[in-house]
Design a protein around this ligand. Sequence first.
Ligand code: SF4
Length: 302
Amino acid sequence: MKHFYSLNDYNLKTFGRKLYKLSISGGFTCPNRDGTKGVGGCIFCSEGGSGDFAESAEKSVTQQLCDAKRRVEKKMKDTSGQAFIAYFQSFTGTYAPTEKLRELFFEAINWEGTAVLSIATRPDCISEETLDLLEELNNIKPVWIELGLQTSNEATAKIINRCYGNEVYESCVRALRARGITVITHMILGLPGETYDDMIGTVKYINSVGTDGIKFQLLHILKGTALSYLSYTTLSMEEYIDALIGCISHLDPETVVHRITGDGPKNLLISPLWSADKKRVLNAVNKVMRERNVRQGSEIQN
Ligand code: SF4
């Protein structure tokens, strides 16, 4: 029994095969760090701008994709005919002049292995010009835009220093989807001060605005982040699994679940240390899902 609509299921249905992610960098910064929108960045964000696994922007986009592909292929059994998601992961992936974005994104989308161009960014960093560019790219190959909402609770958004309001997210999602561009929303479980009900509230909000995909992430405390200087206790694995299952049960069944946990870079991870063993976490999640007969959207009341 399928407990949720996974990215793998979606890719098999849409592309007829599994896709592999290649994390690359466009050398961007972030307006929440350089003073344009805020200073210091989101309190959980590492020096790598949430792209600690991405390739170095000192190389060309093509070189990054080739290097990342070689690394991914080492873990594959069959490397023939593979297709990839070219993923601009670090910092704010649309925070540059449109001509620069055009150059980077066209290089990525035109690379022979690219099946999807995916870009992580902030909803307050997508201008009309950028929307035009994304629509143009989306006519060549699918474009996925990943938006770091993290929470719909405005009080928490202040605590984490997100530096934009929910209405900005809403209008960005609508503008992207009106142009046929796929939207993936990032949500973090276990943010400071948030209860189980707050997290369910965020899922309900995400459903109401509409999104094509969602990434559930666990709050990590990483070295050097503002969060690491606060006195804050992260979720236990049991609390995380409970919250995750609640969120999936309240999630629109049409929404593709891209991720159900995350492992922070081991050299930076302060807490929770249990998250470093991703296999163990996924096994535990699957076990509880089986025991509780979890189904995506089963708790949505019509
Ligand atoms: S918007 Fe993204 S890159 Fe910028 S500080 Fe927040 S998490 Fe980091």
